[in-house]
Ligand binder design. Structure first.
Ligand SMILES: Cc1cc2nc3c(=O)[nH]c(=O)nc-3n(C[C@H](O)[C@H](O)[C@H](O)COP(=O)(O)OP(=O)(O)OC[C@H]3O[C@@H](n4cnc5c(N)ncnc54)[C@H](O)[C@@H]3O)c2cc1C
Length: 236
């Protein structure tokens, strides 16, 4: 069945790091767009006289009415990401399609372990924001987040604030090519080997580029997380 399309207008663009920008897209008034935290949208990207479609996870919570945030990394030589970073401005009109994807919270009565690298944090941010909107929510969760350089820790302030407000929220960043970073060094796989406890009690949500997800899933199984408790989203 063809997916419904929606007209959006870029309302704001925030520069998060030298290679990552957040684009806030506003729907036309009355648009019947909705989504579940963790889902993604396909976006039309003009390509000569044609369009190509690319998937982008929604980084904002479904509670933010009329808008979605897309957190997009500039990939060297990449057509769509270059289009976003170089040609999209405030006021640019973009067509997106109804939200899709099954990388959503399962509501299981277990500790959540989120594992992200780079912009793989986007759907996880949406899920975490959504959960903390529940009154009195204080269930344990772990965020294992890997980046190359310390200035690439997306939404760092937000994670540190959550960790300060909720002792049950553990923020575990790691940097693979540190400059002056004093925290953990290496990949998320190293973090998981170092810090993952009670694996059989974890519900794991893993998102990032294909090689990362392909490395992390078997590692989680090796460490003792049951296969059925591991949910993944691969950025291709
Ligand atoms: C379900 C889904 C959700 C996605 N959500 C996001 C998102 O929220 N933010 C986002 O930036 N991208 C996301 N992507 C990736 C996005 O769809 C594009 O593939 C990406 O923007 C590169 O497209 P391009 O045309 O610029 O480059 P292409 O020429 O298509 O280059 C593809 C290459 O870039 C690599 N790549 C793709 N995405 C990334 C990335 N985010 N970081 C580093 N390397 C990458 C791929 O591994 C591949 O080697 C998602 C992909 C899927 C399938």
């Amino acid at each position: 069945m063809p997916k419904s399309s929606f007209r959006t207008t870029v309302e704001s663009i925030d520069v998060l790091t030298p290679t990552v920008k957040v684009f806030r897209l506003r729907f036309d008034p009355g648009a019947a767009f909705d989504f579940v935290a963790g889902q993604y949208v396909m976006v039309d990207i003009p390509h000569g006289d044609a369009v190509v479609q690319k998937a982008y996870s929604i980084a904002s919570s479904p509670s933010e009415p009329g808008t979605i945030d897309l957190c997009i990394k500039l990939v060297e030589g990449g057509y769509a990401s270059t289009y976003f970073h170089q040609s999209v401005h405030e006021g640019t009109v973009l067509t997106v399609y109804e939200a899709q994807g099954t990388f959503v919270d399962r509501g299981a009565p277990r500790e959540r372990a989120y594992v992200a690298s780079g912009t793989g944090i986007a759907p996880i941010r949406s899920m975490i924001r959504r959960l903390y909107e529940r009154k009195g929510f204080d269930e344990p969760m772990w965020l294992f987040f890997g980046v190359r350089y310390e200035d690439e820790i997306l939404y760092e302030e937000e994670w540190r604030r959550l960790a300060a407000e909720h002792p049950t929220f553990r923020f575990m960043p790691t940097v693979s090519r540190p400059k002056t970073w004093a925290g953990d060094v290496g990949w998320v796989q190293d973090l998981l080997r170092r810090y993952l406890t009670a694996p059989e009690q974890k519900e794991a949500y893993v998102c990032g580029v294909v090689p990362m997800v392909k490395a992390v899933k078997p590692l989680l199984i090796e460490l003792g997380v049951p296969r059925a408790q591991i949910h993944t989203e691969k950025y291709t």
